[in-house]
Design a protein around this ligand. Structure first.
Ligand code: NAP
Length: 458
């Protein structure tokens, strides 16, 4: 076991291990969690009782999670020192224990160098030093503003796939007529594309150098007063993401994987993403997949049973298709920017932006997370919807192969929404619904689960 400065490793429980490209989960895994900031602790309490309740009921006590609290964001500043929002031992724990779950984390932003954690006042250096107390509320919690902790976790641990399942839950209000037809899992590349952070600001010496190179040496033409951004999409990054998406489709018996791209315009980045995707499919999954071209050229349009169809679609067409013919799509693999847009649009289509789950997954390491922020105005009010974090927990259980517990939670959540006893955000859209607190919502899901007869599966 690693020795940590502040993290308390539970006395009982075992580590999840990783062998031959797969995680191996004991019956008593230790799972690191961060409750998160703002409303995070309320959300986490409700989520934990639901996850524990489902595991207990599904496996009659034969399986149990040992939770291990770790810290990032504001909690890290309290546990460690004022400058550490993403401590090394937090990263070490996520890596070492392989499966973790996190609530939302605060990312103070703005053009100033420091921010007060008590009153959020942004402020500059004082005499070339960090202000010792806040200029507004005089607290000592003045800290350098920091980049997104979430981005830090993804990059430092190379969690290269952002995975977002999007489906409708019976009773959730939504803007389309047949929301049940959308049931997709989106694999978005998490490390490259315009998010790689290679940008040059107009008017800077770096921009002038890049402009000079591109116009004089490479003979390209564009306006000199441009900001310049670089969009790297690599063969390595694309192939590992698409490989994970196809493997998921094979493992979960999904009918198709659609490679989404803008290759008609950006041939050597987005177009290459598509080509590398087909290459992975045909060389690494040959006996398990059929491409769309093969389907029509050789198979008369009939997909043989048990095969996964590999197809591709232009990104803008994908938005239309998901609205008009959603049931023709199942697993999607996308570069970073397209995936960002498509996952939010698809979640909104089924009314579930507030209850959309997510995960960041790399080779042998996965961190599951609520996709919304900390909703700071509701901190401590026991008010917000824990659905996103609970469903991220469902994804986590599925990732661990604990599918019976995961299915139980979905059933319990659907029964709760059907009862119309929901948190304020759903209540305001559901005629005749009653508002319940975060904690009640979680506790009532546990009661629902307990009312179902469940075969013991372990
Ligand atoms: P936000 O926290 O997502 O909140 C925006 C609004 O969304 C809330 O005011 C609320 O709407 C609704 N909402 C969010 N979570 C909800 C929940 N669980 N149940 C019901 N409604 C919910 O976005 P933000 O205000 O832009 O960001 C606040 C902080 O969160 C920032 O520090 C940001 O950096 C951070 N953040 C973290 C993550 C992450 O950790 N993954 C993601 C995004 C943002 P109503 O006001 O209409 O009720």
């Amino acid at each position: 076991m690693p020795t940590f400065k502040k993290i308390k490793v539970p006395a009982k429980g075992s580590k999840i291990t990783y062998k031959n490209g797969k995680i191996e989960v004991p019956n008593d895994p230790i799972i690191p969690y961060f409750p998160g900031d703002g409303t995070g602790p309320d959300l986490w309490k409700a989520t934990q009782i639901v996850l524990d309740g489902a595991v207990k009921h599904a496996y009659a006590g034969k399986r149990e999670i040992s939770w291990m609290e770790i810290a990032a964001g504001l909690t890290a500043l309290q546990w460690y020192d004022k400058d550490t929002v993403l401590p090394e031992e937090t990263l070490e724990a996520i890596k070492e224990y392989r499966v973790s779950i996190k609530g939302p984390l605060t990312t103070p932003v703005g053009g100033h160098k420091y921010v007060c954690l008590v009153c959020s006042k942004e402020q500059n250096e004082l005499n070339d030093k960090r202000p010792e107390t806040c200029i507004s509320c005089k607290s000592e919690w003045v800290t350098p503003r920091f980049r997104s902790v979430n981005v830090g976790i993804r990059q430092k641990l190379d969690l290269y796939a952002c995975v977002r399942p999007v489906r409708w839950y019976t009773g959730v209000p939504c803007p389309v007529k047949e929301p049940q037809k959308l049931d997709i899992v989106l694999f978005r590349e998490n490390t490259e594309d315009v998010y790689a952070g290679i940008e040059f600001e107009k008017g800077t010496p770096d921009q002038a150098q890049v402009y000079e190179f591109l116009t004089k040496t490479m003979g390209k033409k564009f306006r000199q007063d441009s900001g310049i951004g670089i969009k790297p999409i690599s063969e390595t990054g694309s192939k590992r993401l698409i490989r994970m998406a196809i493997q998921y489709a094979v493992d979960h018996k999904k009918p198709s994987v659609t490679i989404v791209h803008k290759g008609n315009i950006q041939k050597f980045t987005e177009g290459a993403f598509r080509d590398w995707g087909y290459e992975v499919a045909k060389t690494e999954f040959r006996d398990k997949v059929v491409t769309e071209a093969e389907l029509w050229d050789d198979l008369n349009g009939k997909l043989p049973a048990g095969k996964v169809l590999i197809k591709d679609r232009i990104a803008d067409q994908t938005f239309q298709q998901l609205l008009l013919r959603p049931d023709e799509y199942s697993v999607l693999a996308t570069p970073n920017l397209n995936g960002d847009y498509i996952s939010d649009a698809a979640a909104a289509q089924v009314g579930g932006l507030g209850i959309a789950p997510g995960a960041n997954i790399g080779d042998g390491v996965a961190c599951f997370e609520a996709t919304h922020g900390t909703a700071p105005k509701y901190t401590g009010l026991d008010k917000v919807n824990p659905g996103s974090l609970i469903l991220s927990g469902v994804m986590m259980l599925e990732h661990m192969g604990w599918n019976e517990a995961a299915a139980l939670i979905i059933k319990g959540l659907e029964a709760q929404i059907a009862s119309k006893r929901v948190t304020y955000d759903l209540e305001r859209q559901m005629p005749g619904a009653t508002t319940v607190k975060t904690s009640q919502f979680g506790a009532e899901i546990v009661k629902n689960m307990e009312s179902f007869r469940t075969p013991v599966a372990a």
